[in-house]
Design a protein around this ligand. Structure first.
Ligand code: GRF
Length: 206
């Protein structure tokens, strides 16, 4: 069976990458295969997870490439030369330009740890998202998988899952619950959904 070649872009621990690797091993991710993991942070633990699963890894930093533009050109070349069909941003801490996101329109998705349009956009990343949710006092938060466009966290929503805020939550306990109950479930589900759609929609192939 043909599969969409997936690249996962990471910057950190890679628990969402791990959820994708596990889904592939279980067969719930079957329309796509993880062909490449790219980190913009040398030494990110996500790279270890990829190596352990036998997946090709690449580290590309803006400093090495001289500029954001140089970084994006090198990244695009790495992705396109490997015939990557779907890009999954899984804790990737870099905002990509409109020319990059436009090149991969409907072929790039991101996981964000809130129910968009709450607590999203520039400056809302990592623990800050959960700090903001607790400061506001919401009783329900969650995670969102969306297509990536030129607006940070602004693309069309694919999947969302709600998670309760519990009394006594800290940003850390809330982050963990959102990951366990939402992120690690809906990211592999969305990767399968979009891979299946791209397989059926051959004009979107590279
Ligand atoms: C996750 O909370 C994800 O939603 C956000 O960054 C975090 C990455 O965690 N975009 P990990 O590297 O997947 O463990």
């Amino acid at each position: 069976m043909n599969k969409i070649r997936i690249a996962v872009l990471v910057s950190g621990g890679g628990t969402n990458l791990q959820a994708l690797i596990d889904a592939q091993a279980k067969g719930s991710l079957q329309s796509g295969e993880i062909a490449l993991v790219v980190s913009n942070k040398p030494g990110a633990y996500a790279l270890e997870r990829a190596k352990r699963a036998g997946i090709e890894t690449l580290t590309l930093t803006r400093t090495d490439c001289g500029s954001q533009e140089g970084f994006e050109t090198a990244l695009m070349e790495a992705l396109d030369s490997r015939k990557i069909g779907l890009i999954v941003l899984a804790g990737f801490m870099s905002i990509l330009s409109a020319s990059f996101t436009g090149h991969y329109e409907n072929r790039m998705i991101n996981i964000h740890p809130s129910l968009i349009p709450s607590f999203c956009g520039k400056g809302y990343y990592g623990l800050r998202v959960h700090e903001a949710a607790l400061a506001y006092g919401v009783k329900v938060t969650g995670a969102t998988v969306h297509y990536v466009n030129e607006v940070p966290d602004g693309g069309k929503i694919l999947l969302q899952k709600a998670v309760s805020v519990e009394p006594g939550d800290t940003p850390e306990t809330l982050q963990r619950r959102v990951m366990e109950q939402a992120e690690w479930r809906i990211l592999p589900e969305a990767a399968e959904m979009v891979s299946a759609k791209l397989l059926n929609d051959k004009e979107n192939w590279i």
